[in-house]
Design a protein. Sequence first.
Length: 87
Amino acid sequence: MTGYSGSSSRARGNAGGMAIASLVLGIVGLFFLGIILGILAIVFGYLALKQASRNGMAKAGLILGVVDVVFAVVMMFVSGFGLYVGA
């Protein structure tokens, strides 16, 4: 019985770590390397949600990852469009 509960807690710990990683990557991605860190935040958030541990942090990381990617793409479009308009 103890071996079974140990593996269960290990799986939850892994998902909790992924949820925290997703949240941290999502926050840092708002300031640096938005596309790369945003995609990683989305992947880790999805995996943490799939394992159903710390849903709040996993959802927050997933949402921040999407915001990172969308914001980075919009900023690339705006900066590229600004070059063409000014020329």
